[in-house]
Design a protein around this ligand. Structure first.
Ligand code: ZN
Ligand code: ZN
Length: 320
């Protein structure tokens, strides 16, 4: 038996290959994949080209087929986070999980865009049984956790007006995660605004933008940050959800000082964010159909990768 998987081979290209089956690691799990979303972070060539060769996929849900941990019985559906912190080091004790050395070291093998993958024992501290969720919703947990963290860092107060810049998937998830505060999402792309409105979110064109006390900036670009500064009110927070390119420097005008703005960065997520994302999905605050535009077989991923990178589709999810 072999394991079909999607590998990023550089230069924006993906190929489907067959490899030997992974084995159940000591104290870990062997999982048969059900669904895996393509992450927007996996489209950044400069980021991906330094990881070559790289098996795609970490927004994943599957069924446990072999288990060496009784908390995760054979037959149960799981969401495993691809990075799990040690929970005991100084950084973990201070809640800075994504900077824990163990967090960086851990990963799924070979990756989520594969028919089968294994989960090491050390990843089980952020692995969850999701029998009550559809696989396509459980596969949203990782990206939604990143958004939960972003929203938490912003420390939204009652009465704050919320803006979200960029209506790609992460922008839509911010609208879902901050729904209690009636956020407005902005995008130059009319098709994206239409999609957002159709899915029950509030979207507007940038020329109709309104003042905001918290702005989430989803695209990693100076232009998106500059646009945020045109909306933000004194004492407000601007949360940068994506990095600029390597070697780029964010230009921060001096006016941010006199406005007493909080400029924040949010990178990935840790176990408390995962737990919050699972709770939100359980409550029906986000469904896969709201943010996934194509549900595809693995064979279609190489072309869908190019389509998402070009901005022609919102986000594909592979159904195994
Ligand atoms: Zn991701
Ligand atoms: Zn740690």
């Amino acid at each position: 038996m072999t394991n079909r998987l999607a590998r990023y081979i550089g230069d924006g290209r993906v190929e489907i290959v067959e490899e030997p089956m992974p084995v159940c690691p000591p104290g870990g799990l062997l999982v048969q994949t059900e669904a895996c979303g393509l992450c927007s972070g996996e489209l950044m060539s400069w980021y991906m080209d330094q990881k070559l060769p790289h098996v795609l996929g970490h927004e994943v849900a599957g069924i446990v087929r072999e288990s060496q941990d009784e908390r995760f019985p054979v037959g149960s559906r799981v969401f495993p986070h691809h990075h799990a912190p040690c929970m005991i080091c100084e950084l973990c004790r201070r809640g800075r999980y994504v900077h824990c050395p163990k967090w960086k070291r851990t990963k799924l093998r070979p990756g989520g865009m594969a028919e089968w993958f294994s989960v090491d024992a050390e990843n089980l501290s952020d692995t969850h049984i999701t029998d009550d969720l559809r696989a396509i919703d459980a596969a949203l947990i990782e990206p939604l956790a990143c958004v939960m963290k972003s929203v938490r860092l912003a420390q939204i107060e009652p009465g704050d007006r919320i803006a979200v810049i960029g209506l790609g998937v992460m922008g839509l998830m911010h609208l879902a995660a901050a729904a209690a505060h009636q956020p407005i999402g902005y995008d130059f792309n009319e098709a994206r605004r239409t999609w957002a409105n159709t899915q029950g979110f509030r979207a507007a064109a940038p020329e109709d933008a309104q003042p905001a006390d918290v702005v989430f900036v989803c695209p990693g670009s100076q232009a998106a940050f500059d646009f945020a500064l045109t909306l933000i009110q004194p004492g407000g927070a601007v949360v940068l959800f994506a990095p600029l390119g390597p070697g780029e420097h964010l230009a921060v005008p001096q006016s941010t000082y006199f406005k007493e703005l909080r400029i924040l960065h949010s990178y990935s997520a840790g176990p408390p964010d995962t737990a919050q994302a699972i709770a939100a999905i359980r409550k029906g605050e986000l469904r896969a159909e709201q943010v996934i535009s194509e549900f595809i077989p693995l064979a279609d991923l190489p072309s869908a990768y190019g389509e998402m990178k070009a901005g022609r589709i919102l986000k594909p999810m592979v159904i195994f």
